[in-house]
Ligand binder design. Structure first.
Ligand code: ADP
Ligand code: TRP
Length: 444
């Protein structure tokens, strides 16, 4: 049975202009990871999140375009990676509400970003919540919806975001518990320890908050000017220079092969002058960035194409995952089709005998000695499995289908004659609902 690929998901807040630190710490490793055939990647522009910090419409739009173009210029392939804009998937905001209703307010009180705002207010003798929007407070719930809606397994993030992933697990778990089955996969945060933190012009971490960045796609002359403004010490040419603590060396290393980095380190020991070292760094940066910059400029000159790419990603993603998932979640919480209600059955979920016949899984062995299962509804075969070598494998596939952790499209099985995938999904949903019912009754 083909295991479902590991789902790797991360969001990029659309605020500001990407800099070398973002490229080295986020864009470059994520694109490399997206080429792993064992994973299914979801990279999205977290434009709804950006509204929490920035309320400048023109800036939000410009940043969204710049960041989308950056990822595409850096080699992201929208045919093999889900690349989309958060606000193009309205199911995310809908799920946010469902999660809001199970999220503990006390947990949100402890979120770092919110707590930092409260602490600042206290230090200044203000009201705790002065100037704090409900958006800032709810930020982790929106982020949980981003992650849970696609049942992401792994979420690569910076250390500051780990708490949010833990909250996503908590909200997902509560939802699963309240609504009686494993609706959501619980995600794991992945903090890339081997990815360097790039220093900025002043030697502190490169960050837009410190205003010490080298924007990724400035013109070459500006790039060289910025490199020449990197802070160095007063050691003269000919004097040996340590590589430890040198921003210049760290920046060089992030773009060099190990051999080049070693040679640069040797040049430091041999007393290279700062001017020449900067020259070499600028050349090295230009080597990697120039082709990306050319693609970037080409892309931003055709913003309509970027718009189409993003919309197309969101459209396919909704169809494939978001819309069916929300249909299930609505059903789970009881936002249901009223035409199916029979009078007198509203007090409790109706008695099993009154339900329409459920489809059932049948497991069997063929004359070929191999093991199979099928999903049947009365006489009709809805789903016919491929052959398994062991009955356990067939059993596991059935269990995963029942729990909803194995998507129908990935199941080792084919649809029965004239059967529509939506019929099978409906039958699986009904079985899952019955399973949940039974579980709830045994708990009660
Ligand atoms: P900034 O600090 O400029 O506001 P963000 O917090 O928006 O940057 O970071 C976006 C992504 O870029 C995150 O994944 C973060 O880990 C990465 N990143 C930001 N600055 C650096 C840096 N100096 N070195 C390595 N990675 C960085
Ligand atoms: N909050 C994240 C940041 O500022 C961005 C983000 C939004 C995100 N939604 C996400 C990251 C979901 C991972 C998963 O960096």
């Amino acid at each position: 049975m083909p295991a479902r690929p590991t789902r790797v998901l991360t969001g990029i807040t659309t605020s500001g202009t990407p800099h070398l630190g973002n490229y080295v710490g986020a864009v470059r490793p994520a694109i490399a990871a997206s080429r792993d055939p064992g994973s299914e990647s979801f990279y999205f522009l977290a434009d709804l999140h950006s509204l929490i910090k920035a309320q400048d419409p023109a800036r939000t739009q410009r940043s969204t375009l710049e960041i989308a173009a950056t990822w595409l210029a850096a080699g992201l392939e929208p045919d093999r990676v889900w690349f989309y804009r958060q606000s193009d998937v309205p199911e995310i905001t809908e799920l946010t509400w469902m999660l809001t209703c199970v999220a503990g307010k006390g947990i949100l009180n402890r979120a770092h970003a919110y707590k930092a705002a409260v602490d600042r207010n206290r230090a200044e003798g203000e009201d705790d919540d002065s100037g704090v929007t409900a958006g800032l407070f709810m930020y982790p719930v929106l982020m949980a919806a981003d992650i849970l809606i696609f049942n992401a397994d792994r979420v690569p993030v910076g250390r500051d975001q780990v708490q949010h992933i833990e909250m996503a697990r908590d909200f997902g778990q509560r939802f699963n518990h309240v609504y009686g089955r494993e609706w959501f996969t619980l995600p794991e945060a992945v903090v890339e320890a081997h990815v360097a933190t790039l220093p900025g012009l002043d030697g502190r971490k490169m960050s837009k908050s410190y205003d010490n960045t080298i924007p990724l796609f400035v013109p070459e002359a500006e790039l060289r000017r910025l490199v020449f403004s990197i802070v160095t010490d007063s050691r003269a040419p000919g004097e040996p220079k340590p590589v430890e603590g040198s921003a210049l060396y760290e920046l060089y290393r992030a773009f060099a092969t190990p051999e080049e980095a070693a040679a640069f380190g040797q040049a430091f020991a041999d007393g290279i002058g700062w001017g020449e070292a900067k020259q070499r760094l600028a050349d090295l940066l230009e080597r990697e960035i120039a082709p990306l910059r050319a693609r970037y400029l080409d892309l931003v000159a055709r913003p309509g194409d970027i718009e189409d790419t993003l919309r197309d990603g969101a459209r396919r993603l909704r169809e494939r995952y978001a819309t069916p998932l929300l249909a299930q979640v609505r059903e789970a919480v009881g936002l249901r089709d009223l035409s199916q209600v029979r009078l007198g059955s509203l007090q409790e979920e109706e008695a099993p005998a009154a339900k329409p016949p459920l489809a059932t899984f049948k497991q069997y062995r063929e004359a070929d000695g191999r093991f199979y299962f099928k999903l049947v509804e009365g006489e009709r075969v809805l789903l016919q499995s491929h052959a398994f070598d062991a009955p356990r494998e067939a059993g596991q596939a059935i269990a995963a289908l029942r729990r909803g952790t194995l998507a129908l499209a990935q199941a080792p099985a084919t649809l029965g004659e004239g059967v529509d995938a939506s019929d099978v999904r409906a039958a699986l949903d009904a079985i899952a609902a019955a399973d949940a019912d039974r579980a709830a009754k045994t708990q009660a």
